[in-house]
Design a protein around this ligand. Sequence first.
Ligand code: B16
Ligand code: MG
Length: 225
Amino acid sequence: MSSAININLNIKGLIFDLDGVIADTAHLHYKAWCQIASQWKFDLSVDQNEKLKGVSRKNAMQKIAKWAGKSFSEKELEDFAEQKNTLYLDYCESLSHKDALPGVVSFIDECRRTGLKLAVGSASKNAKIILQKLQIIDLFQIVVDGNMVEKSKPHPEVFLKAAQFLKINPSDCVVFEDSQAGIQAALNAGMKNIGIGSSDLLNCNAHIQSFEKYNLKKLSTQINN
Ligand code: B16
Ligand code: MG
């Protein structure tokens, strides 16, 4: 039972980031990166990890090596990134429907009932695997992942591709993001955005702690103000 159909939203599509927005996987990326960094006796801090959110695997690897004061060849960096991915996928092995973040699936269901177009826009090359494990991949018209873009967030490519596929103008989209790079990518795409989680995120149109008790009525209040 929903009154959402009567809500004047002025938007046509929603684009969801994956890690930290739909899926509770951000801590698994962190755990895997920490294991790589520990080989060099380097402790990756929580603050440094925040700067890796929304960043492609390759760029994240370069950043960590720099913070650790290490200089590796391209090939060595690729090998470490590959090792990290093997660890990450191992940690993801046991993911299931319950690992979708609280409230997100019911919010997506409400959006579907109103006929809004829905996409995922993620830097992760593993996005489709994770969505399959969560058993929610069919809820989206398109999943644009890290395999489909050349430039990583804050470049807007991932979100623009999603809007293009959905056949809607960027200004008719709202992006949900948990990373500063992703918020910037949404702004660069000319899209409205809602920051999720950390209240330290800058430049979001609005912010929510999580999707718990969130609905389209609240979204309309946030974006029409
Ligand atoms: P992968 P998102 C991003 O996903 C993560 O936030 C970031 O920590 C990760 O490095 C990146 O995906 C690449 O992921 O190694 O799986 O290709 O937040 O854009 O959904
Ligand atoms: Mg994210």
